[in-house]
Ligand binder design. Structure first.
Ligand code: C5P
Length: 479
């Protein structure tokens, strides 16, 4: 094992010991988690740990970490505060809100460099050990490392949630969309235990359980112009390449109903179609990749395909129902049913936002290094990030400019940023951290996906500062 990994594991060991001591002392735990799939998976792992030891705890899933949210959660100076999937960029905010509490941060975002150490604050973050938190391990992976130490005899099942978190955060950046780094070690453990099966296939959404026509319609990674979100177009496309969407008995076919020749016909025609629509061949070919299947889930469960599982959690969190996401993870009765209904509503919203953007592409403004649009109050702040994640590879956006989107958010502006894969040498997490601070806001994130909150009216100045910072990061390189 390389030395960075062994240092990370040593730190996880140390954090696990601290948590065990606090549990033995009978302390009350307050857990705050980020509202995306990684945050919810991490929270679910912690709920399993704390419940296992019958510890008193409260858990809340939120979009934004700020003083108000921390104070709302605190009830006493002796509460132990655990931050999951955020916190490393917010240590100053946390200390201001809870100067006397014990604080544990489990995060994989860029770390706030200006913060000096504090004896009541302990942080587990891969960046502190030269491990890239953008794709080598997610917060759920870190939470799993702790679970392994705290409940060695009963933690293996939680490895699935670690994989859900990593996939949710799009950490599958290895060959054929595989997980790499510490994530791949966790995948191996889950595979060895028979919990998961990795297979190379067409990465159509929920292909294990849905009619082919639906999984094609629901596929947005990659976004297939003209097919994603359009059932009628998917029907015509399948027929045009000689694949009947229905079986002779009138039931819809799933991907698994196709024989090998039909599957390869579908694959090659889909790739050809995407290239004809102007997509980069590499992007089009990314439709083939690894899928991760949870072996123990029943055949028609949305939790069987880990990509679908993670998007279910993402929908729960971004619709303000993080608690439902946790209930899904810990297999609470009826939770999946309710979450499935929520996903329908979530999809409807995201589709309407995407249609709004496609109908008005002039809303996207371009500067030297940035392309940006403002969703105002039309696009919900919690979903603006998903809107760019889904459309970033479509013809709406150039692949050599950073994408920035704004949305109104309760007296301030939510900023979401994504960097297309073609751009090398830019870290938008640190750029957003700096630009947001300069306009009186707060931001951070990863090299390719980041976010911020800034004051209303600061958008133009923020974009100008960001353009300058990206130019500086690129140095002599040009986009
Ligand atoms: O909200 P969105 O999906 O755009 O966030 C992208 C990434 O930026 C996420 O990993 C999120 O945790 C991070 N982020 C951050 N600080 C913020 C907002 C978002 O680190 N203020």
């Amino acid at each position: 094992m390389n030395s960075n990994r062994s240092l990370l594991l040593k730190k996880a060991d140390q954090v696990a010991k601290v948590i065990k001591d606090f549990m033995n002392e009978g302390k009350n735990f307050k857990v705050l988690a980020h509202h995306d799939a990684d945050g919810i998976s991490s929270a679910s792992i912690f709920v399993s740990i704390l419940a296992h030891f019958k510890t008193k705890f409260h858990v809340r899933v939120i979009m934004q970490l700020n003083e108000k949210n921390i104070l709302n959660m605190l009830s006493s100076k002796s509460d132990v505060l655990i931050f999951l999937d955020f916190g490393s960029g917010y240590k100053d905010v946390i200390k201001n809100a809870a100067p006397e509490n014990d604080i544990i941060i489990i995060d994989h975002h860029e770390v706030l460099k200006s913060f000096k150490g504090d004896e009541k604050l302990i942080e587990l973050n891969p960046h502190l050990f030269n491990i890239n938190g953008s794709y080598e391990i997610s917060s759920a992976g870190l939470a799993f490392l702790i679970a392994e130490k705290v409940i060695p005899e009963g933690s293996l099942n939680l490895s699935l949630l670690a994989i859900v978190g990593a996939i949710g955060d799009r950490q599958d950046r290895g060959e054929m969309r595989s997980l790499t780094g510490v994530n791949s070690v966790i995948v191996q453990k889950a595979e060895d235990a028979g919990l998961i099966k990795c297979k190379l296939s067409l990465r159509l959404f929920g292909a294990e359980i849905r009619p082919l026509i639906k999984s094609l319609e629901y596929t947005t990674d990659p976004f297939i112009p003209g097919l994603s979100g359009d059932e009628g177009a998917c029907y015509k496309f399948l027929r045009s390449i000689g694949i009947e969407p229905k079986k002779p008995d009138g039931k819809w076919k799933t991907l698994n109903d196709l024989n090998d020749i039909e599957k390869s016909n579908l694959t090659s025609n889909l790739i050809k179609y995407m290239i004809n629509k102007g997509m980069e061949p590499k992007e089009a070919e990314s439709i083939i990749g690894y899928t991760y299947i949870a072996n123990n889930e029943p055949p028609f469960s949305p939790l069987r395909d880990i990509r679908e599982f993670s998007s279910l959690l993402n929908a729960c969190g971004r619709m303000g129902k993080g608690g439902l996401g946790i209930a899904v993870c810990i297999k609470h009765d009826k939770a999946i049913e309710e979450a499935n209904q929520l996903v329908v509503e979530y999809r409807r919203k995201i589709s309407s936002y995407i249609a709004w953007l496609f109908e008005n592409p002039e809303r996207i403004r371009k500067s030297r290094y940035i392309q940006s649009f403002h969703g105002g109050s039309f696009i919900e702040d919690s979903m603006i990030g998903t809107v760019i994640s889904v459309t970033m590879n479509s013809c709406l956006f150039s692949q050599n400019k950073i994408i920035i989107a704004f949305a109104n958010s309760d007296g301030q502006i939510k900023v979401s940023a994504r960097s297309p894969p073609q751009i090398i040498g830019v870290n938008i997490g640190s750029a957003l951290q700096e630009a947001a601070e300069k306009v009186g806001g707060k931001g951070g994130g990863h090299d390719v996906a980041a976010g911020a909150f800034i004051p209303i009216g600061a958008e133009e100045r923020f974009l100008q500062i960001l353009d300058g910072l990206i130019e500086k990061q690129l140095g002599s390189k040009k986009l």
